[in-house]
Design a protein around this ligand. Structure first.
Ligand code: GDP
Ligand code: ZN
Length: 461
């Protein structure tokens, strides 16, 4: 394929001292040569591939130095885009890197659209679609674990799995073909049915497994929605503060800080939490009063985890009991705070009302018990089917939708087999499953879908 030469700033804005202007396309090296004066006088078109060169960017009109730079020359196809790639490393901040970009654009490159580098990698066959999407997830990944998932996907784990499933289906389809071509052989038909049933069931189970990981994938990307509840003054705000201060707050670009509840993103031992601070409201303005019973019920209902705070130096009240009632059936950790004060709470009563939920005692004032709480959070989360790192989390909504459609198609095929539907009808559902799975890895995707996907990328990626 042939494309023009694109350029963009490829480092995150404001991050680090070095910024990179990246070019990709046939004219990359030529454009760089027009602007770059190497310290040793060499032309970039003559240097070996994958080498770095020190020198100055110079305005061709008046020979004035624009910037001190290092230029990397990487000739295709051994590059991310499979095209010739130039990377101009500038020391200055955003102003100087912008200036370099302007020169590059003036001398022949076109400003890349968001995601266009990755799009080219895809269109040039360097990566498949799910890998391209993984790059996008990587850019957005908010925690280390989410990062690992994205990386795993990029290495093609999902692609491999999908490919092997499609291979299974192809084998069935091949048998079906034989069956249709030689209908007179009874044993072929019998075999086909048996094999069909077996393989189709296997494919269905694998698709289901993948779908099961998707919920966890969502949690990893968006954070475990965690709501802190408790009567006024028990220490909700204090809890939020200590969780935020002891853990690196995750910087997020998700717009979501609502008027009613304050959100904070933290990474607790690898578990990304989206903390919903219902306590970010004046003590006198009870959360339920303020946002209304319905609304707070809704917040609770959508939570993945509840941190229910009680006061150690106060007796249990009906209000506490109502809270337990409201969060019944959910994942709850009970926190008994203010252990530095004299005990008033009846622990036996708490235990019975907590009904098996993990109980942690804290004195947030004295900074005690937070470690235990963090431990409780992470073991609750990882006690599930999640095995860090070695599972394929499906975390992309397009993948999830396609997997659901594939599941439906394979189930129709299975129903067909079970009801003795003519095999060439079953074949249609099988083919459809195969196609839908193919869409996940970018086979049989339409141009418009591709454009839409890649436009979601950050600039310069
Ligand atoms: P909220 O209304 O549930 O959000 O409670 P706050 O976090 O605002 O705390 C209410 C009051 O209790 C504040 O004065 C805190 O300093 C105090 N507090 C919080 N945790 C503790 C604790 O562990 N021990 C003691 N003695 N006071 C605490
Ligand atoms: Zn408070």
């Amino acid at each position: 394929m042939e494309f023009d030469t694109i350029a963009a700033i490829s480092t995150p804005m404001g991050e680090g001292a070095i910024a990179i202007v990246r070019l990709s396309g046939d004219d990359s090296i030529q454009i760089a040569d027009r602007l770059f004066n190497s310290i040793n006088g060499k032309k970039l078109s003559e240097v070996p591939t994958h080498t770095i060169h020190y020198g100055h960017l110079v305005d061709p009109k008046n020979d004035l130095v624009i910037e001190e730079v290092m230029v990397s020359v990487m000739r295709g196809p051994k590059t991310f885009t499979k095209e010739d790639v130039i990377e101009i490393n500038c020391h200055g901040g955003i102003v100087s890197v912008n200036r370099v970009l302007q020169y590059v654009l003036k001398y022949g490159a076109r400003l890349a659209e968001p995601g266009e580098f990755t799009k080219r990698a895809f269109l040039n066959g360097r990566i498949d679609l799910s890998q391209a999407e993984a790059v996008m997830d990587l850019i957005r990944a908010k925690t280390d674990r989410a990062m690992n998932v994205a990386l795993g996907q990029m290495e093609g784990r999902l692609s491999k799995l999908i490919s092997s499933l499609r291979q299974e289906i192809l084998e069935i389809l091949a048998h079906v073909e034989v069956n249709i071509d030689y209908p007179e052989y009874d044993d072929v038909e019998e075999m086909t049915h048996k094999m069909l049933a077996e393989k189709a069931l296997y494919v269905r189970e694998e698709i289901k497994k993948l779908l099961q990981t998707s919920e966890q994938g969502k949690i990893l990307r968006e954070g475990l929605s965690t709501v802190i509840v408790g009567r006024p003054n028990v220490g909700k705000s204090s809890l939020l503060n200590s969780l935020v201060h002891e853990n690196k707050a995750i910087v997020t670009d998700i717009p979501g800080t609502t008027r009613d509840v304050i959100e904070e993103y933290v990474n607790v031992r690898g578990v990304p939490l989206r903390l919903l601070d219902t306590a970010g409201i004046r003590e006198t303005e009870d959360i339920v009063e303020r946002i209304g019973v319905e609304r707070s019920r809704q917040v609770l209902k959508e939570a993945d985890l509840i941190l229910l705070v009680l006061n150690y130096s106060d007796q249990l009240t009906t209000e506490d009991e109502n809270l337990f009632e409201a969060v019944r059936g959910m994942d709850v950790i009970v926190i008994i705070n203010k252990t530095d004060l004299p005990q008033e709470i009846d622990m036996e009563k708490v235990k019975s009302i907590a009904a098996g939920h993990k109980i942690v005692t804290t004195s947030l004032l004295e900074d005690k018990g937070v470690d235990e709480l963090e431990e409780a959070i992470s073991s609750l989360f990882f006690a599930g089917s999640i095995e860090a790192g070695d599972m394929t989390y499906v975390s992309n909504s397009r993948h999830i939708a396609l997997l659901n459609q594939s599941l439906q198609a394979i189930e129709e095929a299975i129903d067909g087999v079970e009801m003795g539907t003519p095999i060439d009808i079953v074949q249609i559902d099988l083919t459809r499953t195969w196609e839908l799975l193919g869409e996940i890895i970018g086979d049989s995707v339409h141009e418009s879908l591709i454009d839409q996907l890649f436009s979601q990328f950050c600039l310069g990626k």
